[in-house]
Write a protein that binds this ligand. Structure first.
Ligand code: ZN
Length: 245
């Protein structure tokens, strides 16, 4: 049993370090994903604005073109006025002139409206480009940060997992399952140490008879309050804050 308990201690140390590495990455992966989506949306929006601008410009060009044609017609009608033979013809031509002039006014007005819309869209395009630039910069920065973190943790994780494998082989399945269950329910920490006559994790008092038994490391004892597996680690009293790196 002592061997099993010692293997569990080693396993818990490794698992704790693995948990710390995962915690260090934090929400960086999700952050990268959400920023990527926002950049994509912003680009789509920008494309839409460019399409709108193109459409308005093309509409304006058509209107301007028509206005030129109307002006030519107008000139023609005005020339014809000099050659009218009667009042009826005169009235017909003036009526054409009036309606053409009306169309010119209307088309010119519409053309101006399109121009204003294009100006507004250009402002929006500028804003959208700035937004994309800002988001992209933040995405690049976060991505770089995550990559560095992954490179840094990858090796550590590999080494830890290599050390972990033989322990999993060594430990009997029921003990391992029990350990994993407690670990999952107790924030990644399945073991607790006997420390100054108490449980190191929840501070529950441990009777001296039981404490003596735990010190022997010959059997499995669970803390009656937090349910963790109690072990005795005199090594931790000396090097409690044994910093890594
Ligand atoms: Zn406890």
């Amino acid at each position: 049993m002592r061997k099993n308990l010692e293997a569990l201690i080693e396993l818990q140390d490794i698992d704790w370090k693995l948990k710390e590495l995962t915690d260090a990455k934090g929400d960086l992966p999700q952050k990268v994903e959400s920023l990527s989506r926002r950049v994509q949306d912003a680009r789509q929006n920008l494309q839409q604005l460019h399409d709108d601008k193109k459409e308005k410009n093309s509409r304006k060009a058509t209107l301007d073109n028509d206005v030129v044609l109307f002006h030519e017609n107008l000139k023609k009608y005005q020339n014809q006025l000099y050659h009218v033979k009667n009042n009826k013809e005169y009235d017909a031509i003036t009526s054409e002139i009036d309606s053409t002039q009306e169309k010119i006014d209307q088309y010119e007005f519409e053309s101006l409206e399109r121009e204003e819309e294009v100006n507004e869209i250009e402002g929006n395009i500028k804003g959208a480009e700035e937004t994309i630039q800002e988001l992209q910069a933040e995405l690049d920065k976060t991505n770089q940060f995550l990559k560095e973190m992954l490179v840094k943790t990858e090796d550590e994780e590999r080494v830890l997992n290599e050390k972990r494998a033989p322990l999993l082989e060594l430990l009997p399945r029921p003990i391992l399952n029990h350990y994993e269950r407690i670990r999952a329910g107790r924030g990644g920490m399945a073991l607790a140490q006997l420390k100054d006559g108490a449980c190191s994790e929840c501070s529950a008092h441990i009777p001296s008879q039981r404490a003596m038994e735990i010190r022997m490391m010959n059997d499995f004892y669970l803390c009656e309050v937090c349910g963790r597996i109690l072990v005795y680690r005199p090594d931790l009293v000396e090097k409690d804050d044994d910093g890594k790196e």
